[in-house]
Design a protein around this ligand. Sequence first.
Ligand code: AMP
Ligand code: ZN
Length: 466
Amino acid sequence: MPIKFYNTLTKQKDEFQPIRKGEVKLYTCGPTVYDTAHIGNFRTFLFEDLLKRYLILKGYQVTHVMNLTDVDDKTILRCNSDHISIHDLTEKYIKLFFDDLHRLKIIPADFYPKATEHVPEMIDMVKKLIDNGYAYKSEDNSIYFNIKKFEKYGKLANLNFAEQKTTQRIATDDYSKDHPQDFVLWKAWKKEDGKVYWESPWGKGRPGWHIECSAMSNKYLGENFDIHCGGVDNIFPHHENEIAQSECANNKPFVNYWLHSEHLLVDGRKMSKSAGNFYKISDLTDMGFTPEALRYLLLSGHYRTNINFSVDKKHEALKVIQRINDFYKRLLDLSSNCNKTDELPEAYNLFIKALDDDLNTPEALAVFFEWMRNTNAHIDNNILSDKDIIYAINFIDEVNVVFDLLISRGFRIPTKIVDLANQRQTARINKDWIKADSIRDQILKLGWIIEDAPHIGYKLKSVLEK
Ligand code: AMP
Ligand code: ZN
């Protein structure tokens, strides 16, 4: 079955073809670190984690970059109101963000570039845009992108220029779809910016938000790469502007597949920092939500539909997680004398078929739960063969690669990882270091770290263990 993803760019489900066979380059917009990320943000980050885990399960080598927006309008406002330096403010929230990622068992990205550490790359890109005739300097020495020069402007967000309300330029990072305007690439220093500025060919100033992601994705993933994600609120203006900047600077297509997740709502409204209607992960864990219950709640709805979050859903989610974990333990207890294989039951194919179809998680979980009910009944009636017990354990291990709903007590190592570790040992004994290193990388991509150890040969540790 081919993989299909709904591509915001083409407005249809497209068959997924990576640029390089077996590899996927993935960029996901990270948090703006002027405050604690809320569970709405984590809905999007968990969708991206699921996408990445699914691609790994399908055998792809995924290179994942998530930026950290540590300078923008909101961050500077916050530094001024709290009388704190930008470094101290953002370091505090970056640490909290990593704690929450770890708590929710999100597999770390390969790179977390910070905007403030990539200003020279952004200046280079702005220079290219000026040289190519797409950008101009305003009276105050800020640099703007001229949207009229890029005829494909609006292709992602489906902008209707006939209904456009204004055609001026805009200095703030965020604005609505009704006002497509020339947007800022480089902002000249103003008094309110205080000590936050960098030197540039246009005087001191700071980058606009959108150029941050264009410059950092370009540096870590190249000029044209496979998948770019974010929440739907990123489509306009952020991603529309990223396309304009990248394609006009590099004269080539930017991203092949754009995937966006819908919002997490509270009482029918988008959960957001500015509306003040948000829950932090720490609030919810204090209320008794476990990481697995949160993963289940945020991943069981399809990523392209809204989820209405309510703390009343805790009890049901905890019950589901308990059922899966009890079932898994029951199988492990029965498996002690069974021969291991890596085969899987029929239901696995249906599970994967659902995910192949634009990550249909509700359908995949429905297949899994029905199979679990039937298999439990077979155990009750004593008709589950030894072979089926092992197939069932393998199935849950594979489901766990994608959803990670097993309670991480002791991090049981899946058979597939042990097999790879043994293959690596053999390669090492044969002094085939290239093969040994490549298997180590494959193990890492599946979420495990292998370390050489005296006497026992190697030790395996989940990337989620601290
Ligand atoms: P921010 O820190 O606001 O830049 O957001 C980081 C990521 O979270 C972006 O991809 C946003 O699209 C996403 N996001 C923000 N609010 C929500 C929400 N209520 N539901 C889902 N995703 C969200
Ligand atoms: Zn971004």
